[in-house]
Design a protein around this ligand. Structure first.
Ligand code: SF4
Ligand code: SF4
Length: 148
């Protein structure tokens, strides 16, 4: 739901890379770097919330996170579906897959495109290097299914 005129990634590339390199869910910080609500997409309320950058509690980031998919018992700690909940449930175990930032309706398209164009290859090669690792059996299953 971001504004039409969105964040110019060139202005924030250094801090964005710092966020994407950190072992912590990036979605909330990416949201704060973004342009906020587009007034044309606001809910049916009288308050002008154009440009606001709050979490909508839509839960998209929670649903997209592979750590929570792999370890659903983590979800038992809270029923909240916010970026704050993601921070609590995943924290420093974050895999830096960037899926949460890509799934968030409050993150600018410009930031998502930067992630897709400049960071996803690195994410995939990191995952590729972990195939065969006993701690990532789900990756092995994925590969086995792909070649079956
Ligand atoms: S979706 Fe990926 S980047 Fe986001 S918190 Fe989960 S592991 Fe980390
Ligand atoms: S995906 Fe939804 S729940 Fe997660 S940070 Fe964005 S607005 Fe909040």
């Amino acid at each position: 739901m971001p504004l039409y005129i969105q964040r110019d990634v060139n202005e924030v590339e250094a801090v964005l890379n710092e966020i994407l390199n950190t072992h912590s869910p990036p979605v909330a910080r990416c949201r704060l770097l973004s342009s906020g609500f587009n007034p044309g997409h606001t809910l049916n309320i009288t308050e002008d919330i154009g440009g606001h950058k709050e979490c909508l509690a839509c839960g998209n980031c929670i649903d997209a996170c592979p750590i929570l998919a792999r370890e659903p018992s983590r979800r038992e700690r809270t029923e909240q579906r916010t970026s704050m909940a993601l921070e609590t449930l995943v924290g420093e175990d974050c895999d830096r897959c960037q899926a949460c930032a890509l799934a968030c309706p409050q993150v600018d398209t410009t930031i998502k495109q930067y992630i897709v164009n400049r960071r996803i290859v690195e994410v995939m090669s990191r995952l590729d290097a972990r195939i065969g690792d006993d701690r990532d059996l789900d990756l092995d299953l994925f590969v086995e299914e792909a070649i079956a």
